[in-house]
Design a protein around this ligand. Structure first.
Ligand code: XMP
Length: 506
């Protein structure tokens, strides 16, 4: 097992993901928790980057004797600087800040760079630099600014890179990890997401004990996979609840039925449409909509949860990108949207949280879902926001406008599925605008609503590009919506990337 020593980098989980992808088990351990006992669990260590600086008085550090145990070590960015400082090298604030893509030049043969061209592209993000390596260490590459980009001490099996091999902008990042794992640390490729499932099941069993777990499900991939995993671990002591806010599509209700049959579990459905629509009456401001829906959801769910005796845990289908987004909110950087599925419930209910997928990325969750035999309709379906269609109806949400959007949405999905495009894009949906425009149908003037079409490609929802859909498909969607959906006479296509746009309009 690889120990990933975390010094607080935003990329630590990405390092773990790269190691997983290479079929090796890893564990993230905070730098202050590593000691001579713990270190015996690891075949090699990777030291992460850090937002901290070595010039701070209390910089995060490691005991030198942990570095001298001859277990292979790869220090990344701050990790390399820390190694240099501990062994007596010189680390200073640079006058050049290297941030973003950089080219490095390999100047010494090293197993870490085996099979990598002498000049290659990497991702840098640092201000401090190693200006002189410690005794016994050799420089293995320079950046194009002639800063030291990597060092090694082959005898001690310690390697350092100033750049980030975990970020996909580093062309040979995976190759560097492969070299470190299989040529230097000589570990075996014997871990996969199947093992992840086994490990999680036994963790959940241990954590829940004789308790009971409640969770809200949406029919989406994250909550479905979480449910399937927990059901496998503790059987019928999981109590799934689907709150029908009335802001969902018909297919979400269908998906709950599919889930019920394929997991073999009872699911409590609470019909709360009336109350949600009542609370949303006359509300136009997007943040107010989100807050009202979030609050009402918590009320409905809490009332139900408090009626079941003996609940000890609340499960949530949180994924790693949700953790990053909510951390951002917590650390005071600007809040873009109030996300409906993070926060709120746990504080109110005081149950212990169970988030078995917390460190996985969406594509990994889909693989886990597949291994748990969930059908493609569930695991491959597009993400759907917690506040549902309410954030896709710009202006007031009411039954009539919901019906218009639902019909348009169905057409968009059908056409994209016909053209085998649906599963190739990240999301595809309609937005109902609070605008009427003039048209002509059957020689008659019309004055009706506009549907905006949003189709995006993305890896994790954090950035996105609008999809370059064939004109023919766009034409079919537009024609069918205008012909088949009463109350719509115009369709427009959204050409905005994220950033600067967001995926949802509200
Ligand atoms: P934005 O609109 O912020 O959306 O670019 C990024 C991704 O998150 C989804 N989204 C949500 N998901 N609860 C969720 O579970 C929410 O409140 C929420 N708001 C947006 C959105 O559909 C996209 O995939």
């Amino acid at each position: 097992m690889i120990g990933i020593v975390d010094f607080g980098s935003q990329y630590t989980q990405l390092i773990a993901r790269r190691i997983r992808e290479l079929g090796v088990k890893s564990e993230i351990i905070p730098y202050f928790a590593l000691n001579t006992e713990k270190i015996k669990n690891y075949d090699a260590l990777i030291l992460s980057g850090s937002p901290a600086s070595l010039s701070e008085k209390d910089f995060p550090r490691m005991d030198k004797k942990l570095l001298n145990l001859k277990i292979p070590i790869l220090g990344i960015c701050y990790g390399m600087q820390l190694i240099s400082k501990i062994f007596g090298g010189k680390v200073e604030k640079g006058n050049i800040r290297e941030y973003g893509e950089e080219n490095i030049r390999i100047v010494k043969k090293t197993p870490l760079f085996d099979g990598i061209p002498q000049k290659n592209k990497v991702w840098m993000s640092h201000f401090e630099k190693v200006s002189s390596p410690p005794k016994g260490f050799k420089i293995t590459s320079f950046s194009s600014n002639n800063l030291i980009a990597s060092i090694e001490n082959e005898k001690k099996k310690i390697y350092g890179v100033q750049f980030h091999p975990e970020v996909h902008h580093t062309d040979y990042g995976t190759k560097i990890f492969k070299n470190f794992l299989f040529k230097i640390a000589k570990v075996k490729r014997d871990w996969n997401l199947g093992k992840f499932i086994e490990e999680k099941i036994s963790e959940i069993k241990k954590e829940v004990g004789d308790g009971k777990v409640i969770m809200a499900i949406s029919g989406g991939v994250d909550s479905s996979v979480t449910l399937a995993l927990i059901k496998k671990a503790i059987g019928n002591r999981i109590y799934p609840v689907f709150v029908n806010t009335g802001l969902v599509r018909d297919k979400d209700i269908e998906k709950i039925k599919i889930l019920k049959n394929c997991i073999g579990i009872r699911i409590k459905v609470i019909n709360a449409k009336k109350i949600f629509l009542k609370k949303l009456k006359g509300i136009i401001d997007p943040e107010r909509k989100r807050k009202i829906i979030g609050r009402e959801f918590i009320n409905v769910f809490t009332n139900y949860a408090q009626n079941i005796k003996g609940i000890t845990h609340l499960a949530q289908g949180t994924l790693y990108p949700d953790v990053i987004e909510s951390a951002k909110i917590g650390s005071g950087s600007s809040k873009i949207k109030t996300h409906h599925n993070v926060g709120g419930l746990p504080e109110k209910l005081k149950f212990k949280l169970l988030e078995p997928l917390k460190f996985l990325f969406k594509d990994e969750v889909r693989i886990v879902g597949k291994k748990l035999s969930l059908p493609d309709e569930i695991i491959l379906d597009h993400p759907f926001p917690g506040p549902g269609l309410a954030v896709r109806i710009i202006g007031e949400v009411n039954e009539k406008r919901l019906n218009i959007l639902k019909r348009a949405d169905r057409i968009i999905e059908e056409e994209l599925k016909n053209e085998k495009i649906y599963y190739k894009v990240w999301q595809a949906f309609g937005i109902l605008l609070p605008v009427k425009t003039v048209g002509v149908m059957g020689d008659k003037r019309t004055y009706e609503n506009v549907i905006a079409l949003r189709i995006v490609n993305s890896l994790d929802g954090m950035t996105a590009n609008f999809s370059k859909i064939p004109w023919k498909t766009l034409n079919n969607i537009s024609k069918r919506i205008v012909n088949e959906v009463n109350g719509v006479n115009r369709v427009v296509y959204d050409l905005t990337n994220k950033p600067p746009g967001t995926i949802e309009w509200e």
